[in-house]
Design a protein around this ligand. Structure first.
Ligand SMILES: O=C1O[C@H](COP(=O)(O)O)[C@@H](O)[C@H](O)[C@H]1O
Length: 238
């Protein structure tokens, strides 16, 4: 694992930008498309800032969601809704490039439908696990990542790539999330975190290696990168 501590949030964003640029360039050069999974929370701001000065061909990007809350798009909790207002207008990205989650059925139906959409975009049959070029991840103060929460049975899911959760301890309770088999098949899983509020959990997960959800992100054949500012990384020995 590559644990990187930089001075402050601006430096985290700069480092994040460089990592994304390199991986996007490589993916586009080899496959003509860059497939990236987005998280909600603080990541939206980091990416929206970083993307504005990136030297990349955004038309070759396909953007997926690592998780989504089961709320209307105009609800402030909607991850797609937030990206639509905070990211799209600042870039040349088009809405069609986002593989958004159709929330019109039950949360179970939504998860199933999103899994089918992902397999279709990767041109894959069921039972084959797609390989994202990059998953941009955050971590909550309880060690959750995506919508995978400590002690939840979804951590043991080994069949579905996308699952529904109806009892998220963090509101809103209903969500759709990537599961560990899909996450851990990515070429790169990248956490970006800032602020002292993350420091204790960063220590537990990435230094002491407690088996909390974010610590179960261990790409089987890919890179794991964690970019922290000095406050979030205060217990990390460099
Ligand atoms: O609920 C969620 O929280 C995590 C962490 O968010 P942050 O604001 O602490 O960065 C986020 O990664 C996930 O996508 C989201 O649904």
């Amino acid at each position: 694992m590559n644990l990187i501590v930089v001075k402050n949030e601006a430096a985290v964003i700069e480092r994040l930008k460089k990592e994304i640029e390199d991986r996007a360039e490589e993916a586009v050069k080899t496959r003509g498309v860059f497939r990236v999974g987005l998280s909600g929370g603080s990541l939206v701001n980091y990416l929206s800032t970083a993307i504005q000065s990136m030297k990349v061909d955004l038309s070759k990007w396909q953007l997926f969601f690592c998780d989504e809350r089961f709320v209307a798009e105009n609800d402030s909790d909607s991850t797609y809704g937030v990206y639509k207002t905070a990211l799209i207008p600042k870039t040349s990205l088009k809405e069609e490039q986002f593989i958004w989650i159709d929330l019109s059925g039950t949360v179970e139906e939504c998860a199933h439908d999103y899994e089918k959409k992902i397999l279709k975009e990767f041109d894959m049959e069921q039972a084959v696990v797609p390989r994202f070029d990059l998953l941009l991840l955050g971590m909550g103060p309880d060690g959750h990542t995506c919508s995978l929460f400590p002690g939840h049975k979804l951590l043991e899911e080994n069949h579905k790539l996308i699952a529904a959760i109806e009892d998220s301890p963090k509101p809103p309770p209903k969500r759709v999330t990537m599961t560990l088999p899909l996450i851990n098949n990515a070429s790169c899983c990248l956490f970006a975190m800032c602020g002292e509020g993350k420091a204790d959990m960063v220590k537990k997960v990435f230094v002491d290696k407690e088996p909390l959800p974010a610590g179960l992100v261990q790409p089987t054949n890919g890179d794991l990168i964690c970019i922290l500012d000095e406050a979030a990384g205060k217990y990390v020995k460099q």
